[in-house]
Design a protein around this ligand. Structure first.
Ligand SMILES: Cc1cc2nc3c(=O)[nH]c(=O)nc-3n(C[C@H](O)[C@H](O)[C@H](O)COP(=O)(O)OP(=O)(O)OC[C@H]3O[C@@H](n4cnc5c(N)ncnc54)[C@H](O)[C@@H]3O)c2cc1C
Length: 565
């Protein structure tokens, strides 16, 4: 046995960031490998499952490893997949779409985060990727909502999930709805993921759960590029009562995360403590590739503070395992991370549909963003440009309409309850706009001018100065007037955040790249561990769609690496 820097010293106790420096060996014999696979997939969310399925379909022996029991943020998600170019559901609903129209729209949203050829491929493959999901048991539907919504009600499965209907984003083609929500009752992510989970198992991929990858193993061979050849995996003992408790804590933390945040955090910590006490390391060899598909980093407070401090007061969504470990594993062998400062900040103000007809202003009282845009577009403008603070200013008529909609409009509780609480008990009220400005600390003349300009444009039939479409503009005339605090730290209206940046990858193969843009042999990344289509700005469905696209790409390429050598 020979090794250059193998250490069997115990790692520091696992916090939510248990990644350690790479283990460098100069011979495969340097370590005792307890298992081998052609392809080792780290993380069993949507990206990992897609990678595993493709690698299996190409004949590779695949081992999927997950810190918990799989699912990740994918299983907690809304299960909306961004798809277009003429899907069966779009056609059934009577909407024309084409890959080039989809490309035109997404080019505007993605701003060069991937090469144009890659984005074009994503659009060209979109119909096939949705069909692929269907072939693995996911179902999609064609019923559209009457109004723009952040998430459609049960029974409705196709919608404008981004900025498609906003004039400035429309481009040359008619807008097409591309948000394909998985058919299910309630939040659809669990059903979408269940299909991928079952398909992974049926494919013959082996799955190792309650096992974390905390270190990559790299082989140094003179005259050849360094190569990732495996991973150090920390496993909980099978059938131990605390291993069962670990699974329970994770399940409870995910179930209660929206309703009992402090208790959810306590369950997370209990799970970390069980890992610290009982997990033990083994080395598993990857003959062809290790695919990092372990999600984003928003549950890693240190990374949020370092890369996206403006978002630190946001409400992180996902699981405890969205802790950036995949990104850090890639960095530990020279992988280059990028766009880590890109956070999707969900300031959804539609529904209620009456809200975006009013105006949103900053602390001075100026409008700064078209209120009709997708929630993460507004959230980005608010956090990046306005210090995370903003107000919705409504008149009595729009407020009444919004309350009616919250009570009788068939909205989800997560949409109507915070909105009602804001309007009924959390708003600032005044008889005039000037008095309202004083109460919220805005500049009186500025807020009055904002409202007057907005009203005048509507009355005179002029275009809105921020590009809102005319059907979404309604003059604020009927007092009293109300201001709703939609700041990032609003106690009743939390602003959800998730991370978008990740490791730079070769856009043909998903291979992780180093600072010089060279592929790192034996290492790939997919989903939110990698830079992908969703890494500039997110619109609903784009992250899962990219997980499928990038996961399939990585799995196919990984299986081919074996055939080439
Ligand atoms: C509430 C909510 C709603 C959302 N709705 C949508 C939506 O409708 N459409 C959309 O496109 N996006 C949505 N998103 C975003 C989307 O769900 C995620 O960006 C996406 O699921 C990420 O998928 P992934 O496969 O990269 O990671 P994940 O699904 O998070 O999977 C990563 C897996 O890796 C495991 N893991 C992590 N670290 C390790 C390690 N070191 N070793 C072993 N295993 C590890 C985790 O346990 C996890 O199972 C939503 C997110 C949330 C939280």
């Amino acid at each position: 046995m020979s090794s250059t820097s193998v250490s069997n010293k115990p790692l520091p106790p696992p916090t939510n960031t248990p990644v350690s420096a790479a283990c460098i060996i100069d011979s495969l014999d340097a370590l005792h490998w307890t298992d081998h696979a052609d392809v080792l997939v780290v993380g069993w969310g949507a990206a990992g499952a897609s990678a595993a399925l493709e690698a299996r379909a190409a004949g590779a022996d695949v081992l999927v490893i997950d810190r918990f029991n799989g699912g990740g943020a994918s299983a907690l998600s809304g299960g909306v997949v961004y798809a277009g170019g003429g899907t069966a559901q779009q056609q059934q609903a009577g909407y024309a779409d084409s890959p080039s129209a989809m490309f035109d729209y997404l080019r505007h949203e993605t701003q060069g985060v991937v090469r144009d050829e890659t984005l074009q491929r994503f659009c060209d493959q979109s119909v096939a990727n949705l069909s692929w999901l269907q072939s693995h048991g996911a179902r999609f539907g064609a019923r559209m909502p009457k109004f723009k919504t952040s998430y459609p009600a049960d029974g409705i499965f196709l919608y404008y999930s981004g900025n498609e209907a906003v004039p400035a984003y429309r481009g040359a083609s008619d807008p097409a709805p591309r948000g394909h929500r998985t058919v299910s009752k309630g939040q659809s992510g669990a059903i979408l993921y269940a299909a991928l989970h079952d398909a992974t198992r049926a494919s013959g991929a082996r799955c190792l759960t309650q096992s974390s990858v905390r270190r990559l193993v790299m082989l140094r061979t003179p005259g050849q590029p360094d190569r990732v050849v495996g991973a150090e995996v920390w496993r909980l003992p099978e059938n131990h009562p605390k291993t069962l408790r670990h699974a329970t804590c994770h399940r409870l933390a995910n179930q209660w995360r929206n309703f009992w945040a402090t208790k959810a955090e306590a369950w997370r910590r209990e799970a970390y403590a069980i890992e610290a006490e009982l997990a033990r390391p083994v080395f598993i060899q990857a003959r062809q590739s290790v695919i990092l598909a372990s999600g984003g980093y928003v549950f890693n407070n240190a990374m949020v503070r370092q890369h996206a401090p403006k978002y630190a007061r946001g409400w992180k969504i996902g699981t405890a395992a969205c802790d950036g470990s995949g990104i850090q594993l890639g960095q530990s062998v020279g992988g280059q991370a990028d766009r880590l400062n890109n956070i999707s900040a969900w300031r959804f103000i539609t529904p209620p549909y009456a809200w975006p007809k009013a105006i949103v202003v900053n602390t001075k009282g100026e409008r700064f963003c078209n209120e009709q845009v997708y929630g993460a577009t507004l959230g980005h403008a608010m956090v990046e440009e306005q210090g995370g603070k903003a107000w919705i200013v409504l008149d009595a008529k729009l407020r009444r309409a919004a309350i009616f909609e919250c009570l009788f409009g068939g909205l989800w509780a997560f949409q109507s309850l915070p909105a009602l609480m804001m309007m009924l008990i959390g708003s600032v009220k005044a008889v005039s706009i000037g008095a309202l400005a004083k109460k919220i600390g805005a500049d009186v003349a500025t807020l009055e001018a904002s409202v007057q300009n907005y009203n005048a444009a509507i009355q005179e039939g002029r275009a809105d100065e921020l590009g809102k479409s005319s059907d979404m503009c309604e003059a604020l005339r009927t007092g009293p007037f109300y201001a709703l605090n939609i700041a990032i730290n609003s106690p009743v209206f939390p602003l959800a955040i998730l991370s978008l940046g990740g490791l730079r990858v070769n856009e043909m193969t998903g291979q992780v790249q180093d600072a010089a843009g060279q592929d790192i042999a034996g290492l790939q990344a997919a989903g939110r561990t990698a830079i992908g289509i969703a890494s500039h700005r997110y619109v609903s469905g784009l992250s899962l769609a990219d997980c499928i696209f990038s996961g399939r790409r990585a799995g196919k390429a990984a299986a081919l690496f074996g055939k080439q050598s």
